[in-house]
Design a protein around this ligand. Structure first.
Ligand SMILES: NC(=O)c1ccc[n+]([C@@H]2O[C@H](COP(=O)([O-])OP(=O)(O)OC[C@H]3O[C@@H](n4cnc5c(N)ncnc54)[C@H](OP(=O)(O)O)[C@@H]3O)[C@@H](O)[C@H]2O)c1
Length: 331
């Protein structure tokens, strides 16, 4: 048996999470059983509980939330090669299945990478959704390569959040001139991550996304809540592109309109697609100390509901992580 937290209906927030003792799951074909050392929360986890994603994701109750975990392989299912008992791993647990708020979880090997020895369990847990979103969106939609060759100007909004903290570092690694937005208390931190210019989003200049040096952005990674196109248009370069991570109806409409009118300035919607290769590459960048995971706070599994409530407040600086106390020695 194992300890876990689960909810049985939509919409009850932290109060809806109940501590339970349930059987340890069994890995099937191409799956591994992971003893979880750390699990990181993402906004998508509690948006799912709010019922905001019902149309896309149908989940079965009771549901154990959280998809981003790191831990140790306990056993492997049929057909698994490349992983064996005792391996330290990082996994994305399919959102439909969840499972991270527990002592053990079953993970698909297609979403699992080995955790390099220089990356702690807590750091690793931050990588699957937040890290991969930054890594893939800047590369695949923004055209950046993480080799210092990019010469454009990039704006990262909500740069103090889970995605933003990785995005600032990755854009800098790619060679970009990086402008970032965050609240007053995080300006020094975001600058220390590599941002060349930092805007306080509560000032008029920050709200207008205006670069202090007058730069126009070639790529905007929009991690903050939805803003109208009229905010971006004046600060974009002639072929500038906004990559929006929160596909509201308005964003979809603007994106379609820009496409249909063959506008040179574009708005793209991006959705992360977990895979072992990208996860492994990103973990290696952390191992090489080129990128780091910013940790807002850590909570033990028996206080995971407090971590959940904190994430819902949306004021985290980096990642909120839940740890399994018994595993503390391995961090
Ligand atoms: N499409 C995808 O595949 C995908 C993947 C991951 C995330 N997302 C979405 O991307 C968004 C960001 O995710 P996240 O994990 O980074 O969230 P997060 O960690 O909860 O972000 C919190 C941070 O955002 C800052 N912030 C909030 N509004 C801001 C604004 N208007 N300007 C500047 N900073 C602001 C907050 O600063 P203060 O505390 O100072 O307010 C806080 O530090 C969420 O909507 C999430 O659902 C999408």
């Amino acid at each position: 048996m194992m300890a876990a937290l689960q909810y049985s209906k939509y919409g009850e927030g932290a109060a809806g999470l109940k501590h339970v003792e349930i059987p340890v799951p069994t890995p099937k074909k191409d799956e591994i059983l992971v003893k979880i050392e750390a699990a990181a929360i993402n906004p998508v986890d509690w948006k799912l509980q709010k019922g905001m994603l019902k149309v896309i994701y149908s989940i079965k109750f009771p549901y154990i939330p959280c998809t981003d975990v790191s831990g140790e392989v306990v056993s492997v299912g049929p057909g698994v090669t490349g992983f064996s008992q005792g391996d330290k791993v990082i996994s994305w647990l399919d959102l439909k299945r969840g499972g991270g708020f527990a002592q053990y979880a079953v993970a698909g090997i297609k979403y699992t990478a080995k955790r390099p020895s220089g990356v702690s369990a807590v750091e690793a847990a931050g990588l699957p959704v937040a890290g991969l979103t930054a890594y893939q969106s800047l590369r695949d939609s923004g055209g950046l390569k993480y080799d210092g060759s990019y010469k454009g100007n990039v704006l990262i909004t909500a740069a103090s959040g889970g995605v933003g903290t990785y995005a600032v570092q990755l854009a800098k690694l790619a060679g970009a001139h990086v402008t970032a937005t965050c609240g007053t208390r995080n300006i020094d931190l975001v600058r220390s991550l590599g941002a060349d210019e930092v805007l306080d989003y509560k000032t008029p200049e920050g709200a207008a996304l205006k670069s202090p040096s007058g730069k126009k952005y070639d790529v905007v990674l929009q991690c903050a809540t939805t803003m109208p196109w009229s905010t971006f248009q004046p600060v974009l370069s002639s072929k500038g592109k906004v990559i929006d991570l929160t596909p509201t109806f308005g964003v979809m409409l603007t994106s379609a309109f820009k496409f249909l009118t063959m506008s040179k300035q574009k708005m793209a919607i991006f959705v992360m697609s977990a895979n072992a290769k990208d996860l492994g590459e990103l973990a290696e960048l952390v191992n090489e100390k080129k990128v780091k995971s910013l940790i807002d706070s850590e909570f033990p599994l028996d206080k995971a509901e407090d971590a959940w409530a904190k994430s819902i407040e949306s004021h985290a600086t980096g990642k909120i992580v839940v740890t399994n106390k018994d595993e503390a020695a391995s961090y």
